[in-house]
Ligand binder design. Structure first.
Ligand code: F6P
Length: 320
């Protein structure tokens, strides 16, 4: 193994730069040439890459987003696209590819692996929804961004004795929503993984809370459920409590990564290169019980992740 490529793919996540930096510096430390591929698999198909140096990853550990940029490529999502990507990788002398991204990026990497091109995946998405790992780079930063917004919203909700409905990211996954519901003290949280009934799951806890003396209320809605504005209107009609909706959107994807994300990204990036150094290929990096480990990519993509029911229950108890 002499030359490796690194790319970031799918939605960006704070900490991706720290992971790129760790891949480049660990790679060079072990005597490898590291090519940085711009704009994910689309860039690979275009041969949009250049050699990274120790200095080209200087001053990026604290930056959100990804200096390599990212994209979603329709062309790569076909057997012909995958074969073309491998032929371009060979033109540039790549012996393996390190992919930093979420589930969709993992599936792209698996297709490369199954066509004979060696890959390693590093989990990078604010959603924390990759089944093989307990943690994905960017999650902690996104949680803290949402928490900062919740604290501000609580100030004004308290002053006006209002209800706030906050929509947070997660099209298919409610991990951000559930965690910030607990850290932000929400009366109700609605997740894409669980069916919900607006009267049972939102109106009832608000009215019961009011009967116990509550003066302001917070409802967290995951993006995959959506409808924050309509839900706010419904709450106001049913309870006569003034209600406002806030949709946080892409603010959750940006910002300087937290210490946890920088350290995790650095450790995972270095671990990925070490695997290749040891001749291990087609692996995904994972955090399991606090330890960084790795799994076969095909096995990893068979794994399932479910919402922690204990946390759902905990939020109901703590919202009393
Ligand atoms: O996967 C990360 C994520 O931010 C999801 O939470 C969200 O549903 C999606 O990406 C949004 O994607 P886009 O930026 O392409 O609209």
């Amino acid at each position: 193994m002499k030359t490796i490529g690194v790319l970031t793919s799918g939605g960006d996540a704070p900490g991706m730069n720290a992971a790129v930096r760790a891949v480049v510096r660990t790679g060079i430390y072990y005597g490898l040439k590291v090519m940085g591929i711009r704009k994910g698999y689309a860039g690979l198909l275009n041969g949009d890459m250049e050699e990274m140096t120790l200095r080209s990853v200087g001053d990026i550990i604290h930056r959100g987003g990804t200096i390599l940029q990212t994209a979603r490529s329709a062309e790569f999502n076909s057997e012909a696209g995958v074969k073309k990507a491998i032929s371009i990788a060979k033109v540039f002398g790549l012996d393996a590819l390190i992919v930093i991204g979420g589930d969709g990026s993992y599936r792209g990497a698996r297709d490369l692996a199954n066509q004979g091109f060696p890959v390693i995946c590093i989990p990078g998405t604010i959603d924390n929804d990759i089944a093989s790992t307990e943690y994905t780079i960017g999650f902690d930063t996104a949680l803290n961004t949402v928490q900062d917004a919740i604290d501000k919203i609580r100030d004004t909700a308290y002053s006006h004795e209002r209800c706030s409905v906050l929509e947070v990211m997660g099209r298919h996954a409610g991990y951000i929503a559930l965690n910030v519901a607990i850290s932000g003290g929400a009366e109700a949280v609605i997740l894409p993984e669980k069916e919900f009934d607006i009267d049972r799951d939102i109106i009832k806890p608000i009215i019961e809370g009011r009967n116990r003396g509550k003066k302001h209320y917070l409802v967290i809605i995951a993006e995959g459920v959506g409808g924050a504005v309509e839900i706010a209107k419904y709450i106001e009609e049913k309870t006569d409590i003034k209600t406002r909706a806030t949709i946080l959107g892409h603010i959750q994807r940006g910002g300087s990564p937290t210490v946890y994300d920088r350290v995790m990204a650095s450790r995972m990036g270095a671990y990925a290169v070490k695997l290749l150094k040891e001749g291990k290929i087609n692996r995904v990096i994972a955090l399991q019980k606090g330890v960084i480990t790795d799994f076969d990519i095909n096995e990893a993509l068979q794994m399932k992740k479910t919402i922690d029911e204990e946390m759902v229950e905990l939020n109901k108890i703590l919202a009393l």
